[in-house]
Structure formats: structure tokens, C-alpha cells
Design a protein around this ligand. Structure first.
Ligand code: UDX
Length: 459
């Protein structure tokens, strides 16, 4: 014992676990404890199979667990024993009451704030790590300071910009670390303590400080900008398909403008993941609430185009396959919302399967990591869905392949052999534009990329 600083992470999910592990890894002089209300989750973090799959995460957890990284269930003790507290609980979109479908559900966060207030015996720095709506810090301060006592709580906003699948790298070499604080003496003091923690491995010029509201808003704004790029290129893909332009060429040309930049311009079946849609809808709700309907409408368009893109993918399949999918077997290549993760939250695959079943198709799902989650997501859907890990076996008796996730492994498969196992005419709908379309066409497939002319054998 006797660590230089004692840091607590409340919430052992996609953000809390990796964040704590990275701090413990980079700062052996600090003790880092992660707590969660779910005993099961903590048990998993203490086991050989972590609840989160992230390249490189196993190694840093193995190197630190039991040394200066601890996973525990006693939240009250965690709060008492640590002076720096990260709040990493989830904030899903509300499904009930005012703001349902738009606003964030803050009950986990508020319970956490109350827990901190109840159990704290000394002053604490409380850090918002999860993505919260703008002004959450204010509510947090009000709850924390609603008990008459001398204990001081300083709330900081320190949003996480990591992307799944690259979480460890993103945390080790971040583009920037953002710390928002109140413009008060206490706020600055707390801010400086957090700056020192990150300065253990992040170059000082990449550690930005700002006012706390800018910090909260910037996280939402960053996700809006990223998602907006995808919706814009996806809108272009629809135009490309009508005009025989090629969206990859358009993206390359547009992206070479230094003001625009080349990243996040891949047309696709649509974006998924736990952040983009949720954060944009959060902003939409804020705008509606603040009397900014024009802005709300503009931002909502980003989500609307994404829904449209997913549906367009299914309608393209239907049209290409002679306007009926009933009784036809379709193989989904990938179910995760992107490659290198088992996460399926908001994955376009969910919409595609639901719609294919409505069209009475039979669906075979294959994915190297996400089949367990797929089974949970698709539970209770009427129709026939089967799950086969090996894509080369999954295609047997299918008439179409729909590429939903850009797993590298799909690029290198033996498509000649695959073609041989499928019912003809055989179709590929490449929702990620990752396959060699010309070669697949030459093998005999009818190929439909996103935002490019189809390659078909029909006269
Ligand atoms: C995102 C942000 O990148 C991250 O900074 C934030 O903290 C959380 O949200 P994540 O959801 O993990 O991270 O995934 P990301 O890599 O951003 O991809 C989001 C979705 O967009 C995926 O479905 C991906 O396949 C899709 N995408 C991405 C495209 O369709 N085209 C692109 O060019 C890039």
C-alpha cells in the first residue's frame, strides 16, 4: 500500500476498465481501483477472460492487476479510500417519459453522485468520464454539495475520445486529453492534479484545459462532426449509384483537400456503435429544449441519413434479387458495428436482419467475435436465423452474401470455393466496399458495392 495517489473508477464497462488499466500501467506509483454494482462484471475483470475485448488490453491488465490495479464490488469503501473519483457509468438513451428516444438516461449517474455524497468522509475530485449532456456537471455539483458539511467536491469534465477496437492505442497516444474545470480556485487546483496524472505519459501540449461546459459540449461536437462526415459520404453514395460515379473516387478526391482530410470518408452500410447516434440525439434534445428547432433539425438529418442508408441497403438487395427474398437464404458477413470488436450496439446488422426476416428471408449470421451478442440482439425475432462461425461453411445453400462488418478476414477468403457452395445466381452486397469486386464478378457473382456501379451478369 502507500500509493502516491488513490484513484477510483466507478463503472467497469468499455470506458472505466480500459481507462483504469491504462492509468495503472503508466503510473505504478498510483493505486487504481475499479468498482461496479455488477458482481458478475467485476468477477470477469478478475478472471482470465475480460468482459471487454480490446487489442492490447489483456497485456496491460495482466501487468497491473493485483499490483496497483484492483477490481472490487465495495463501492462505499472505494469512495471512502480514494480522493480522485472517475465516474464511468453508462448513460443510455432514455426509453421512457420526457425526452424518450433522445435524452440521456441519467439514473445511473445520479445514483453514483448520491453514493459519493453519502460515503465521502473527505474532499474529493469527481471526474465525468462518461459522455454526459451539457450542464451535467452543474447537477452533479448540486447533488454533491447538498449535504451540509465541510467536505469539498470539485467536479471536472474529462471526456473519453477512445474508439472501440483501438482503445488501448487511443489512450496511450491520444490526439488530445481534454480537462474542463470550473473557473474557481478549487476548480483550477483539481484540474492541475488531473493534468499531472496524464502528464505521466501524454506530452503536455496535448493536454488541453477549458471551461467545463466547453469540455462537455466538445465531446458531443466531436462525435457529431465524425458522424456527419459518414452521413455526407453515404448521401453521396446514393447519388453515385444513380449517376454511375464511384464513391471511393469521390471520397479520395474530396479528402485530398487539406481542409477536409481523408479520414472517416468511407461510404458504408451506415454507422453504428454506442456513441454517434446517442450523442447526436442528445444534442437534438438540447436544441429543442433551448428553443433552437432549426439546429435540432439540421443535426437530426445526420441520424436520418444513417437510418436511410441501412434501409437503402436492404431495398437494393430486394430489388437486385428480383423483388422477392421470401424463402431465400442470405448470409451476413459480420454482425459487429465495426471490425475488431465484439460490440454490436446500434450495429446496422440488427436493422438488416430484422428487415430480411420481414421479407421472409432465412438468415445465416457469421462473425469472428460477435455471435454471442448477435444471439442476444436477435432474440425473440420471428423467423429463421442461424449462427455459424466459419464464413466458408455459413454460405452453404445461400443465394446472397451481405458484408456488414469490415473484418479483414473477409478480404482473404476463397471466393471461388464459396461461390461453388451457393445457389445461383449468387449475389454479393458489399456494405463496406472491402472485397475485390472485379474478381468476385469474374468468379460468377453479381456484385453490388455501396456507391459504385454494380457488376452483374444479367443482360
Ligand atoms: C466513436 C468515436 O470515434 C470516438 O472518438 C468516441 O469516443 C466514441 O465514438 P466508436 O463508436 O468506437 O468511436 O467507433 P468509430 O471507429 O468511430 O466508428 C463508428 C461507426 O462509423 C462504425 O460503425 C464504423 O464502421 C462507421 N464508419 C467509420 C463508417 O461507416 N465510415 C467511416 O469512414 C468511418
Amino acid at each position: 500500500m502507500g500509493f502516491e495517489k488513490n484513484i477510483l473508477c466507478i463503472g467497469a464497462g468499455f470506458v472505466g476498465g480500459p481507462t483504469a488499466a491504462m492509468i495503472a500501467y503508466k503510473c505504478p506509483q498510483y493505486g487504481v481501483t475499479v468498482v461496479d454494482i455488477s458482481k458478475e462484471r467485476i468477477k470477469q475483470w478478475n478472471s482470465e477472460t475480460l468482459p471487454v475485448y480490446e487489442p492490447g488490453l489483456d497485456e496491460i491488465v495482466k501487468a497491473t492487476r493485483g499490483r496497483n490495479l484492483f477490481f472490487k464490488t465495495d463501492i462505499a469503501k472505494g469512495i471512502r479510500d480514494n480522493e480522485i473519483i472517475y465516474v464511468c457509468v453508462n448513460t443510455p438513451t432514455k426509453t421512457f417519459g420526457a425526452g424518450a428516444g433522445l435524452a440521456a438516461d441519467l439514473q445511473f449517474w445520479e445514483n453514483t453522485a448520491r453514493d459519493i455524497r453519502e460515503h465521502a468522509r473527505s474532499s474529493k475530485i469527481v471526474i465525468e468520464k462518461s459522455t454526459f449532456p451539457v450542464k451535467t456537471a452543474l447537477a452533479m455539483e448540486r447533488i454533491l454539495n447538498s449535504r451540509a458539511s465541510k467536505i469539498q467536491f470539485d467536479v471536472l469534465s474529462n471526456p473519453e475520445f477512445l474508439a472501440e477496437g483501438t482503445a488501448v492505442r487511443d489512450m496511450e497516444y491520444p490526439d488530445r486529453v481534454l480537462i474542463g474545470s470550473r473557473d474557481t480556485e478549487g476548480g483550477y487546483r483539481a484540474r492541475d492534479i488531473l493534468v499531472e496524472i496524464y502528464a505521466n505519459w501524454v506530452p503536455r501540449q496535448k493536454i488541453l484545459t477549458s471551461n467545463i461546459w466547453s469540455s462537455e459540449l466538445s465531446k458531443l461536437a466531436a462525435n457529431l462532426f465524425l458522424a456527419q462526415r459518414i452521413s455526407t459520404i453515404n448521401a453521396m453514395s446514393a447519388i453515385c449509384e444513380r449517376t454511375e460515379a464511384d464513391v471511393s473516387e469521390v471520397a479520395k478526391i474530396v479528402g485530398m483537400d487539406g481542409r477536409i482530410g481523408a479520414r472517416f470518408l468511407n461510404a458504408s452500410i451506415g454507422f453504428g456503435g454506442s456513441c454517434f447516434k446517442k450523442d447526436i440525439l442528445n444534442l437534438v434534445y438540447l436544441c429543442q429544449h433551448e428553443g433552437l428547432p432549426e439546429v435540432a433539425d439540421y443535426l437530426q438529418g445526420v441520424v436520418r441519413i444513417n437510418e436511410y442508408q441501412k434501409e437503402r441497403f436492404v431495398m437494393n438487395m430486394l430489388e437486385a434479387m428480383f423483388n422477392t427474398l421470401a424463402g431465400k437464404k442470405v448470409c451476413l458477413f459480420g454482425f459487429a458495428f465495426k471490425a475488431d470488436t465484439s460490440d454490436t450496439r446500434e450495429s446496422p446488422a440488427i436493422h438488416v436482419v430484422r428487415r430480411l426476416l420481414e421479407e421472409r428471408a432465412e438468415v445465416v449470421v457469421t462473425d469472428p467475435r460477435a455471435l454471442d451478442n448477435a444471439k442476444i440482439d436477435l432474440k425473440g425475432l420471428a423467423g429463421r436465423v442461424s449462427y455459424v462461425k466459419d464464413p466458408c461453411k455459413a454460405v452453404k445453400g445461400c443465394q446472397a452474401i451481405a458484408v456488414v462488418t469490415e473484418w479483414d478476414l473477409y478480404r482473404g477468403l476463397d471466393y471461388k470455393k464459396i461461390y461453388g457452395q451457393m445457389i445461383k445466381p449468387a449475389f454479393i452486397f458489399d456494405g463496406r466496399n472491402i472485397l475485390d469486386h472485379k474478381r468476385c464478378f469474374e468468379i460468377g457473382f453479381n456484385v453490388y458495392p455501396v456507391g459504385k456501379p454494380g457488376l452483374t451478369h444479367f443482360k
